[in-house]
Design a protein around this ligand. Structure first.
Ligand SMILES: Nc1ncnc2c1ncn2[C@@H]1O[C@H](COP(=O)(O)OP(=O)(O)OP(=O)(O)O)[C@@H](O)[C@H]1O
Length: 353
């Protein structure tokens, strides 16, 4: 079963007089992996909490499986929430329970399954996140990365159709971040859930999601197929993707023109602006681990992007064409008909994910 689509329109959220973001419109395509980026404090976590109805935006709509969760009854919201699996930043595990009991918790709480069925499901999810053998450990006895994996296993036990992940990289080194990224891709391949990852990790943004959005200065700067953001000339996007000090993002989020000019002058005079060397263009997307099912999202996204191609910026169109060409090259110049015939398998192996 393909995960459900989440459709957000004109969403605005404030706390008292503090406007967090306004008029956010985006659709998380069903069964695809999307990421929402943005500097610290731009309200990414607030957005994620709004999607599950933990926070209530004052304007707009969030339609999930045909229900606008801002207008529905609490009983309907309860039903909609069952579609979600959520991984909070710290894993949100119960400190006094071992990992097995933590992961089993939602099953014991929300289902009438027998203990032997529960054991089967828990062990299956523990294996998927690479934690087999650690069932008896307490959260305090394991690393932050393992806690995140346990949190992810727990988010999966009720077979969610939508998985929300808040900063999977926080507190992890780059290698562990890549492992957790791989796990998220594998989960998408295995259960075809709609996934939203909130993060400010550049590597993850470049290599994991099918679609990327970015929040800045209380607005959604953009949201769309990964090629759109990764080829964007928008100063805030370029600065973010390369992690430099040059650009509109400052220490406390915003800069004025004078400060920007002063910093640019320093860099022109030879001062290091920080960040990595400029990475231009698109790096290939991560693929499911060999042996996993093909990621159905890849072919679905190709098809979807084909339909909206004419509405995308030119740079993004070129990048998409190039990656399609590269996937044909990989397969020995297969025709469109061949691609349709072999469908997912070809797209999955090509760089055109
Ligand atoms: N329950 C709340 N009541 C009042 N203000 C809140 C509440 N939750 C969040 N905020 C404010 O909303 C803003 C956005 O916070 P949020 O945690 O969503 O940012 P973020 O983009 O996830 O940041 P980070 O990347 O640092 O986690 C902050 O200014 C925060 O203080």
């Amino acid at each position: 079963m393909v995960g459900v689509e989440v459709s957000v329109e004109g969403l605005t959220k404030s706390f008292g007089s503090q406007r967090i973001w306004q008029d956010v419109t985006l659709t998380l395509p069903s069964g695809e992996v999307s990421a929402l980026l943005g500097p610290s404090g731009t309200g990414k976590s607030v957005f994620l909490k709004s999607l599950i109805g933990l926070l209530r935006p004052e304007q707009g709509s969030i339609v999930i499986d045909g229900t606008n969760i801002l207008e529905c009854s609490s009983k309907e919201l309860y039903e909609i929430r069952k579609l979600f699996g959520v991984l909070f930043q710290d894993g949100a595990l119960f400190g006094s329970m071992n990992l097995f009991d933590n992961v089993a918790f939602p099953l014991r709480e929300h289902t009438k399954k027998s203990e032997s069925d529960i054991r089967k499901i828990v062990m299956e999810k523990m294996e998927l996140v690479g934690l087999l053998g650690a069932e008896e450990k307490l959260p305090g006895e394991i690393s932050g990365g393992m806690r995140k994996r346990a949190g992810l296993a727990r988010a999966l036990v009720l077979d969610p159709q939508i998985i929300l992940v808040d900063e999977p990289d926080s507190g992890l080194d780059p290698v562990r971040t890549t492992y957790i990224s791989q796990t998220l891709i594998d989960i998408n391949a295995e259960i075809d859930a709609t996934i939203l990852i909130v993060s400010h990790n550049i590597n993850l943004a470049r290599t994991v999601p099918d679609n990327i959005g970015m929040l800045f200065r209380r607005h959604l700067v953009m949201f769309g197929p990964r090629e759109v953001l990764l080829t964007s000339e928008e100063p805030v996007v370029k600065q973010f993707l390369n992690g430099t000090m040059i650009g509109p993002i400052g220490m406390s989020e915003e800069k004025d023109e004078a400060q920007m000019a002063q910093e640019q002058a320093m860099v022109d005079a030879g001062h290091h602006a920080g960040g990595v060397d400029d990475v231009e263009g698109i790096v290939p997307q991560m693929k499911a681990t060999p042996g996993m099912p093909f990621r159905q999202a890849v072919a679905r996204r190709q098809e979807r992007v084909r339909h909206i191609m004419h509405m995308l910026p030119e740079n993004a169109q070129i990048a998409i064409h190039q990656s399609l060409g590269a996937s044909r090259l990989d397969e020995g110049y297969l025709t469109d008909v061949d691609q349709l015939t072999y469908g997912t398998a070809i797209f999955e192996r090509g760089v055109a994910q």
